[in-house]
Design a protein around this ligand. Sequence first.
Ligand code: G6P
Ligand code: MN
Length: 449
Amino acid sequence: MKLTILGGGGFRVPLVYDALLGDHAEGRVNQVTLYDPDAGRLTAIARVLADQAEGVPDAPVVAATQDLAEALRGADFVFCAIRVGGLDGRAADERIALDEGVLGQETVGAGGIAYGLRTVPVAWDIARRIAQLAPDAWVINFTNPAGLVTEAMARYLGDRVIGICDSPVGLGRRMTRALGGAPSARVWVDYVGLNHLGWVRGLRIDGRDELPRLLADGEALESFEEGRLFGSEWIRSLGAVPNEYLYYYYFNRETVRAYREAAQTRGAFLRDQQEAFYSRAADPECAAWASWDRTRAEREATYMAESRLAAGAGARDEADLETGGGYERVALSLMRAIARDERATLILNVANRGALSVLDADAVIEVPCLVDANGAHPVSVDPLPGHAAGLVSAVKAVEREVLAAAESGSRSRAVKAFALHPLVDSVSVADRLLTGYLVAHPGLAYLKG
Ligand code: G6P
Ligand code: MN
């Protein structure tokens, strides 16, 4: 099996390789091709992977290329893990939004829209190339905003593109742990929404819903990250546990303040941190894997620091740091289920197809799916309560405006996308945001009129 990673010089590629190194079964990935336009980043990451492979006799063979066609030919799986505009772009997304007093997070609010507007045209090009050169490949999209980018790519790839995120799985794991623990095979997490905009409405262990027990136990409820972020009172009011990214909606003022007061935005912090890593790793004498791992640990420990600070939620739990994000494990389980027809249930970003009644069939949603050799099939779920259905519909409408703006190149469609977002509080703000983003991002020059 050949796996091609687009964005192969990206910082998190060694996590994927680590997961692959642990897979010795038949039909596993034995060939990894890293594609990246940046030769320096490719060399650095290839060095880390070489360190990781040392002493592992059946380690997947790694190739690196700057030629997209060469990377795609013969691929069984393609990971799309690109970052259009780099971390500099992410930092600009945040700064411009904060200067207008709104949130610029890479997936939520104004920042997510700006990032989406410059990523969608690139994702379309890539999807077209994959459809031509590797029409049978399964494409796993990691690129944020993951739901929007997956929906964009589906235009050319249909159900062969599947989006992934580790936050729902992490939430389910933390809730299960707070309930005393159970092997994941016995747990069903009733999670649904859009990417970074979903809720756990039930958690069944051996068929019995244990969420009421968790809601009743304040200590258990605030023993894990989302419980501390949202507080037991608000979680009980909702009757569901929100994805951590909903903090940006439910406590928007506090987050905007914390972001504005922070010495650096998340994007700027990661940009500086990664610049230092890639320049160290350029030296052939550098212990690349060790240096990468220190950088990774620091990134994990500071994840969502502003939200935790605003909520007084304290440091991250050791157990969450140990397992890391875990998204590479979701990707590996997904590939296994498809390649070996090993049935699995995973929370994924796929076309709705009637699973969630409030959205149309083509809307990409985040929902439990049954996966087998034919792909990921969403499980139909109970309707969302009005407040959640409203948010999901509003944000999906914004995503559709982003797609329409990218398609038409229309500036006013782009303004509409910003203006309709629940976290952008004025049409004039939307207009100024776009003006600022157009100056900062050459990749948005296609928006005219
Ligand atoms: C979580 C999110 C991802 C995000 C990652 C890293 O896993 O679900 O979408 O890419 O965290 O976040 P960071 O702020 O470190 O880039
Ligand atoms: Mn995510």
